[in-house]
Design a protein around this ligand. Structure first.
Ligand SMILES: NCc1[nH]cc(CCC(=O)O)c1CC(=O)O
Length: 316
């Protein structure tokens, strides 16, 4: 008997997601994309809280890094409570744990950082001693290098929490990923987009990653959601991060973008005080993930040649 169309793809898929408004937006975006590919599939979302959402009093580097945002979702996959996990790619560890695949990378939103402030139009307008909120060592290092007269204060929590603290008057300005603000319809809060030189984004910023168990067999069903130009760019970025230890204990930036058919990349490693900076750039014709990795590798090598190793926590 010929299979009915519905039996040629899963009849039900469960997406594991964090419960923040941005995470749920992202999960719903994946849900809608899967529904449009597989109209007869019942696509559900399983929301959950992660350790990264719970621990708000410390910088991420002190509590175990960004992996905290993905662990509980991976457990849901292992226990069969969900089939796929949707993540901000920026939060996905550079080396996937054994048994898990980064099965799909979707088209990227704006990768840049955004300047958000009630009273100031851009960083240059901020007066001496103005308080800028960010818990990202990368953003802190770049701010200290460019604007040493500003005061940097920690800022954690989901997007709404961070905006709430700004509105409450705790900071004169905050720096956030533009992608999150745009996805939640909060683009109007952006006063300025920070230029990628010198405010190079973090590896994977603005892209969505979908994780599955390697043995799940559903990777093929996710293929239509994959965006090859984004995949190649973030593959180069994640290679730089991986080569340099892939942690968030050190200010590290890696960004690749397409220009006239070539992949252009820039990467940054520095001290938190912004006084020691290594920066590298490269351009290559790239059409496969292997070539993207080679581009990332050459940029990482360039950084190491410049002495980046002295800035890194001991490489394992
Ligand atoms: N570190 C947390 C995190 N992970 C992903 C985003 C934003 C969305 C994205 O990069 O896709 C954020 C918030 C921020 O950096 O302001």
């Amino acid at each position: 008997m010929a299979p009915s169309p519905a039996s040629s793809y899963p009849t039900r898929l469960i997406i594991a997601s964090r419960e923040s408004r941005l995470a749920m937006w992202q999960a719903e975006f994946v849900q809608a994309s899967l529904k449009s590919c597989y109209p007869d599939c019942d696509v559900q979302i399983l929301g959950m809280t992660t350790r990264g959402d719970q621990i708000l009093d410390k910088t991420l580097s002190k509590v175990g890094g960004k992996g905290l945002f993905v662990k509980e979702l991976e457990t849901a996959l292992e226990e069969g409570r969900a089939d796929l996990a949707v993540h901000s790619l920026k939060d996905v560890p550079m080396v996937m744990p054994p048994g898990f695949d980064l099965a799909c990378v979707m088209a990227r939103e704006d990768a840049r950082d955004a300047f958000v402030s009630p009273n100031y139009a851009n960083l240059a307008e901020l007066p001496q001693g103005a308080v800028v909120g960010t818990s990202s060592l990368r953003r802190e290092s770049m701010l200290r290098a460019q604007y040493p007269h500003l005061e940097i204060q920690p800022l954690r929590g989901n997007l709404d929490t961070r905006l709430g603290k700004l509105d409450h008057g705790d900071y004169q300005a905050i720096i956030l990923a533009a992608a999150g603000l745009k996805r939640l319809g909060l683009e109007g809060r952006i006063k300025a987009l920070l230029p990628i030189d010198p405010f190079t984004p973090a590896a994977g910023q603005g892209a969505l990653g979908i994780e599955t168990l390697s043995a799940s067999g559903i990777q093929g069903w996710l293929a239509p959601l994959n965006d090859m130009p984004t995949l190649l760019a973030v593959t180069a970025e994640r290679m730089v991060s991986r080569q340099l230890g892939g942690s968030c204990e050190v200010p590290l930036a890696a960004y690749a973008f397409w220009d006239a058919g070539l992949l252009k990349m820039r990467a940054y490693v520095a001290s938190v005080d912004g006084k020691t900076i290594c920066m590298a750039k490269a351009t290559a014709a790239v059409s496969t993930p292997t070539e993207a990795e080679a581009l990332g590798l050459s940029v990482a090598q360039d950084l190491l040649t410049q002495g980046a190793a002295s800035l890194l926590p001991k490489l394992k």
